[in-house]
Design a protein around this ligand. Structure first.
Ligand code: NAD
Ligand code: DAU
Length: 337
């Protein structure tokens, strides 16, 4: 069996990747290492927790005693674990520096000692390029992160590369655009807006709603990572973008239309500090390896909206019974000027 370590496998993208990999690679044994922060949930893996080809380990990537042996026996590491929400990074950045930078360092140190390791996939983000007024970022563009989350990811991105250049660790770096799909924590714009709208709660749109994000279905992201595990060149960076650039206001209107809700439920609120205006990725390098996104955006969006509508068991406990989520929501939205 191929031993695959997935850090952050109980989060949004990680859990989709674990499920996808179990279905597509019968010769893989997957180990999820996850601290189960507020964003990581056993519910995300409910249908694969008992799969004999999947082992769940509760633990912090910053803890070398736990993470080290798991990395050392892996053939492939896919490193998703991170603090990921920009608004939380703006409130308090400490956990982002610890997990995203120091945690990556702990994994990379262990990777130096891993005899059978053939891939270490550092999951980075398009946010490391900073705001892109026009054109599309290529892998050679300068990194200009502008918020504590993207700065911590840029640090981890280059730290991972340094372990390839210095120690020959088989690192590749992926920079993906905004993912959407099932099991995304309902603090991110799409699941937040959909779940609010189910209950006719207004949706807080930052600034003028003109910020642009490039939407990538989470399964297209999983397929890209899978392709890169096989075909990438060590030490290289690969952009993964859906090619669906949408303004937040237009995205909101599409969701309202799909849910048959009135535009009066849009609530303009003050902008996010340092809000990057636009991200856009040039994906020529990845496409040359034969990957292309398969999920048409409008179809994927409709299916995603329908998933949250049909799976209240998954999100209602967070929004209604988790005091930490309530405290976050109040601090982020109700107490904003
Ligand atoms: P998420 O917040 O849904 O999940 C993160 C997971 O990491 C959670 O399960 C959490 O419990 C776990 N985790 C956090 N700190 C940990 C620690 N110290 N030790 C072990 N586990 C820990 O995030 P996501 O949206 O699934 O993002 C996954 C990765 O993809 C991140 O590295 C993120 O930067 C990157 N990324 C995300 C997007 C996106 O649109 N969501 C786009 C590009 C890149
Ligand atoms: O681009 C990749 C990044 O995408 C990932 O690296 C991050 O981990 C992920 O969280 C995501 O970051 P964003 O900041 O783009 O995602 P978010 O869902 O927070 O916001 C998307 C857009 O919607 C952004 O322009 C801000 C806006 N927004 C967001 C929220 C939460 C609102 O207008 N209102 C909101 O309440």
């Amino acid at each position: 069996m191929v031993e695959v370590l997935v850090t952050g496998g109980a989060g949004f993208i990680g859990s989709n990747f674990v499920r996808y990999a179990l279905q597509t690679h019968p010769d893989w044994h997957l180990t999820t290492l996850d601290k189960l922060t507020y964003a990581g949930r056993r519910e995300n893996l409910h249908d694969v927790m008992d799969d004999p080809r999947h082992t769940f380990v509760l633990g912090d990537i910053c803890n070398a005693d736990i993470a080290g042996p798991l990395v050392e026996r892996a053939n492939i590491v896919v490193h998703f674990a991170a603090e990921t929400h920009v608004d939380r990074a703006i409130m308090a950045a400490g956990d982002f520096i610890r997990t995203d930078v120091e945690g990556t360092f702990v994994l990379l140190e262990a990777a130096r000692r891993a005899p059978g390791l053939r891939r270490f996939v550092q999951i980075s983000t398009d946010e490391v390029y900073g705001s892109v007024p026009e054109g599309a970022s290529t892998e050679h563009d300068e990194l200009k992160p502008r918020n504590p989350y993207s700065a911590s990811k840029a640090g981890a991105d280059r730290l991972a590369y340094s372990y390839f250049a210095t120690y020959d660790v088989p690192v590749i770096v992926t920079r993906a655009s905004n993912n959407y799909g099932p099991y995304q924590f309902p603090e991110k714009v799409l699941p937040l807006f959909v779940t609010n709208l189910v209950d006719n709660i207004p949706v807080p749109l930052y600034g003028d709603g003109g910020n642009v994000r490039d939407w990538l279905h989470v399964l297209d992201h999983c397929r890209a990572v899978d392709r890169l595990i096989d075909d990438a060149r060590n030490g290289e960076v690969y952009n993964i973008g859906g090619g669906n650039e949408v303004r937040n206001l237009d995205l909101t209107h599409r969701v309202l239309d799909l849910m048959e809700k009135p535009a009066s439920l849009i609530k303009p609120v003050p902008d996010r500090p340092g809000h990057d205006r636009r991200y856009a990725l040039d994906t020529t390098k990845l496409r040359a390896l034969g990957w292309a996104p398969q999920v048409p955006f409008l179809q994927g969006l409709a299916e995603t909206v329908a998933w949250y509508q049909a799976n209240e068991w998954w999100w209602r406990p967070i929004k209604e019974r988790d005091p930490a989520f309530k405290a976050y929501y109040e601090a982020q939205y109700d107490r904003r000027p």
